[in-house]
Design a binder for this molecule. Sequence first.
Ligand SMILES: CC1=C(/C=C/C(C)=C/C=C/C(C)=C/C=C/C=C(C)/C=C/C=C(C)/C=C/C2=C(C)CCCC2(C)C)C(C)(C)CCC1
Length: 294
Amino acid sequence: MHAISPSLRWIATGIFLLFGAFSAPNGNFQLLVFALVMVTVGIPHGAVDHLLASSTTASPWKFYLRYLGIMAAYTLLWVLAPLLALFLFLFVSAYHFGQMHLETQAQGLVQKITYSSIGFGFLGLIVFGDWQASAALLSSFFTLPDLFPYRNWIGVGSMLLLIPLYAHYPKNPRIWLAISALAISLWVLPLYLSFALYFGFWHSLPSLKIEYIGLKAKGNVGDYTNFIRNLLPFSLLSLLGIGILLVAGMRYLEPNQLMLLFFILVSLITAPHVLVMDTYIEKEFKAKRGRFVA
Ligand SMILES: CC1=C(/C=C/C(C)=C/C=C/C(C)=C/C=C/C=C(C)/C=C/C=C(C)/C=C/C2=C(C)CCCC2(C)C)C(C)(C)CCC1
């Protein structure tokens, strides 16, 4: 996995751009690619959180109670204050995305702001690159201001938020080119392809690589097959839970509302997952300088 994933990311980027060019109007095709990516790498990348946390948590039961407790609290927040829950989801996601690009220790506030800036940069390009689709999704539940006229400026702002990532690699044109190519791809692709490309190949796959290397070094998993076997139980459980709720929702909700429900359900597992990864990265990468996985 270590050797193949960098080139795999670029092959995926090329294929997604071809998909985008030839299938843009076909919403079903986009959704199929999106679903495939979520099922194969998106959801599974969080499914070994219990193994990653095993070195920092005294008892497994404490871990599961805390994990499920955070999910329950976040569900309550969506019910009581949906807008706050959405903003929190965006902030937490941005921090987590940025952190996984740099894999550095968060030395204080500046580093945490750096992570968030990078994450918001990529999220901004994904969400505002196809604002029509994003707005349709969000406005199925929230009242939105008309941001379409500002879309290009927000795109420029998102690129500026990526400056800390460029600055992290002074005089490294190869990495700068990689960041720029990814940013442009995310901006031009339709929403679901853009999100699937970034989340699947630039976040989940590199995260799985980090998880595999770390767990193998500690003897918690064996070869790839054993790692995949460890990913299966909680991936299947989560997919089953999400699947049941989406199928139940199909009776009452419009397609865009269902899609938003999907993101809401993902946000529930995102909250504890980000905490586990934060603790893990802080501990494991103390001595290392970060790197942009290109
Ligand atoms: C271990 C465990 C488990 C499992 C877990 C898992 C499986 C996890 C996963 C995790 C995950 C899987 C995570 C994820 C993350 C994600 C993210 C972070 C995302 C983000 C996104 C966003 C932010 C979006 C945005 C948007 C768009 C794109 C469009 C428009 C709209 C909106 C704005 C929403 C269980 C629970 C069973 C049990 C206990 C233990």
